[in-house]
Design a protein around this ligand. Structure first.
Ligand SMILES: Nc1nc2c(ncn2[C@@H]2O[C@H](COP(=O)(O)OP(=O)(O)OP(=O)(O)O)[C@@H](O)[C@H]2O)c(=O)[nH]1
Ligand SMILES: [Mg+2]
Ligand SMILES: [Zn+2]
Length: 351
C-alpha cells in the first residue's frame, strides 16, 4: 500500500473492500472537504476536485460522501464510483423541515468533544455529544479549553468526568502548544480525530496549535455573551505535519438525536442501574413509591439534572426515530407506486 494513502489513514478495513486493490490504488482517495456538489479528494497523486454525480446528489443523505470517507473514482478520475463502507460515522438529525439524518464526519477513531471553561460549559450538552459519539463508534475525549482563563480548572474537570463513567478529560490552553501533550497522546500517526463543539470554544485554535501552523481561520468570541461567531463555515480534514488527521467541524447550533436508543443507555449506565432497583418494573421515576432513582437524587448520589436530561434525550429520540421510520415507509410506498405505474405503462407499450 502506498505511504501517502497510509498517512491519509487507509487501513485494511478499506482495502479489503476493493475488488482489485492493485489496479484501483490510483483511484482510491479520501474526502477532505465537501462544498455543495464539489468534493475535494486526496489521492496518491495529489488532491482532485470532483463533482457529485446526479445519482449521488439524489441519494439518501447518509449514502452521500462526507468528510473522512474513503471513495473510489471512476476511470476518468472525475467522478466517484463507490463510497467504501464506513468504520464509524458521527451523525445528527439535520435541522429544518427536511429532518433526515446528516453525516458529519466519517471514519473517525477519536472524537474530541471540545468545551470551554466558561458559561459555554454545559453537562447536558456533553451527555448529548457522548451519546452521539457512542453511536458513531468512536472513542470520546472531552477537551476543556481556556483553562488559562479560570483559577480552578479542577472544578470543570470533575464536572466533565461525571458525564460518563471513565471518560477521559483533558484541560488545555489551546493557544499554547506546550499545554497540548496530553491531547497529542490521543492522536496516532494514521488515526483520524474529529473536533466538535459549540462555536467559539477553540476547535480551530486547537487544530492550528497541534499542527503548529495556521491551517484554519479562528475568530474572537462576542464580548457580551461569550458566544462564538461561527468562524469556520465548512468541515475539513487536515493532515498534521507529524502524522495524524484532524477534522475541524464548524460549531453546530443544534445537535438533535434520532435512532440512538442503545447509546443513551450507554452514557447513563448509573441511572439505568438504579432504575433496575425501583419497586415497579415500569417506574417512570416521577413520584412512584420505592423509586430507587428518586431516592438517589434525594441522597445526593445522583444529580437531578442528569435524570432530566436522560428523560429528555429518550423522549426526543423516540419522537424523531418514529418520524424517520414513517418518512422511510412513505418513501418506500411512493417508490413502489412509481414502479407499478412504470410496469403498467411498459406492459401497455408491449401490446
Ligand atoms: N485564552 C484562550 N483563548 C482561547 C483558547 N482557545 C480558543 N481561544 C480563543 O477563542 C476564540 C475562538 O476560537 P476558535 O478556534 O475560532 O473557535 P472555534 O471553536 O473554531 O469556533 P467556530 O469555528 O465558530 O466553530 C479565539 O479568539 C481564540 O483565540 C484557550 O484555550 N485560551
Ligand atoms: Mg473554527
Ligand atoms: Zn424509579
Amino acid at each position: 500500500m502506498s505511504k501517502k494513502l497510509q498517512q491519509l489513514g487507509l487501513v485494511p478495513f478499506f482495502t479489503q473492500q476493493l475488488t482489485d486493490p492493485g489496479l484501483l490504488q490510483d483511484r482510491v482517495g479520501r474526502v477532505m472537504s465537501v462544498q455543495r456538489s464539489k468534493i475535494v479528494v486526496a489521492c496518491e497523486a495529489g488532491e482532485r476536485v470532483v463533482e457529485l454525480s446526479h445519482a449521488l446528489l439524489q441519494a439518501d443523505s447518509l449514502d452521500r460522501p462526507t468528510v473522512g470517507d474513503w471513495i473510489v473514482l471512476d476511470e476518468s478520475l472525475t467522478r466517484i464510483s463507490q463510497v467504501l463502507k464506513r468504520k464509524s460515522l458521527f451523525k445528527r438529525l439535520g435541522a429544518g423541515t427536511g429532518k433526515a439524518m446528516q453525516p458529519i464526519a466519517a471514519n473517525i477513531d477519536i472524537l474530541f468533544i471540545v468545551t470551554s471553561c466558561n458559561e459555554e460549559f454545559n453537562e447536558s450538552r456533553l451527555e448529548r455529544y457522548l451519546a452521539l459519539c457512542t453511536e458513531a463508534g468512536a472513542t470520546p475525549v472531552i477537551v476543556l479549553t481556556k483553562s488559562d482563563l479560570v483559577e480552578d480548572v479542577d472544578v470543570y474537570v470533575s464536572r466533565a468526568r461525571k458525564t460518563l463513567a471513565g471518560v477521559p478529560v483533558e484541560s488545555v490552553n489551546a493557544l499554547d502548544a506546550l499545554s497540548l501533550d496530553g491531547l497529542r497522546s490521543w492522536i496516532e500517526k494514521t488515526s483520524t480525530v474529529a473536533l466538535v463543539g459549540s462555536s467559539g470554544v477553540g476547535k480551530s485554535t486547537l487544530l492550528n496549535s497541534l499542527a503548529e501552523k495556521a491551517l484554519s481561520v479562528t475568530g474572537e468570541i462576542r464580548e457580551q455573551d461569550l458566544k462564538g461567531r461561527h468562524t469556520t463555515t465548512h468541515r475539513e480534514l487536515h493532515l498534521l505535519p507529524d502524522g495524524g488527521l484532524l477534522i475541524d467541524v464548524p460549531g453546530m447550533r443544534e445537535l438533535r438525536v434520532a435512532e440512538i436508543d442503545q447509546s443513551i443507555g450507554n452514557v447513563f449506565t448509573d441511572v439505568e442501574e438504579l432504575a433496575r432497583q425501583c419497586r415497579f418494573a415500569d417506574c417512570r421515576h416521577e413520584s412512584e413509591p420505592g423509586c430507587a432513582v428518586l431516592e438517589a437524587i434525594h441522597d445526593n448520589r445522583l444529580d437531578a439534572r442528569r435524570l432530566t436530561n436522560y428523560k429528555k434525550l429518550l423522549r426526543e429520540n423516540a419522537i424523531a426515530t418514529a418520524t424517520l421510520a414513517e418518512k422511510r415507509s412513505q418513501g418506500r410506498r411512493f417508490a413502489k407506486m412509481v414502479k407499478t405505474v412504470k410496469d403498467i405503462k411498459s406492459r401497455k407499450l408491449d401490446h
